[in-house]
Ligand binder design. Structure first.
Ligand SMILES: [Zn+2]
Ligand SMILES: [Zn+2]
Length: 121
């Protein structure tokens, strides 16, 4: 009876290790993609502006992955500095998908998707 319980525990341990490995492999893939996006300069910053004050970021603008209360409520920040529009809001350091983006000029927060100007604008 004891032996059987031990082997079930061992199986769960292996499953956990495997899940961790899967996660790091996924992160490596995301980092590769970030480098490619930077090289291609695929981001069209002319179509991106702050919904609150119309400030337009450029390729040298940088955002900081830091712990945040309102409105993101994210407390596992990794400290990476990167251009959030080259990754559609995903941090290349910890793969956190930022749903909110702060403006570097007016310091207001807006949902990341709202920064992209539509054809109607
Ligand atoms: Zn991060
Ligand atoms: Zn602004």
């Amino acid at each position: 009876m004891m032996r059987k319980r031990n082997s079930i525990f061992h199986f769960y341990f292996l499953a956990t290790v495997f899940a961790l490995f899967q996660k790091s492999a996924e992160t490596d893939y995301i980092l590769d993609r970030v480098v490619n996006l930077d090289e291609d300069d695929a981001t069209d910053f002319r179509r991106i502006r702050c919904p609150l004050c119309d400030w337009q970021p450029c390729s040298s603008s940088r955002w900081y992955c830091g712990d945040c209360d309102y409105p993101e409520y994210f407390y596992g920040a990794c400290g990476t500095l990167w251009n959030t529009f080259s990754t559609r809001g995903m941090c290349p350091g910890c793969a956190h998908q930022w749903h909110w983006t702060s403006c570097l000029r007016c310091e207001g927060w807006s949902p990341h998707e709202n920064w992209y100007a539509s054809d109607a604008d």
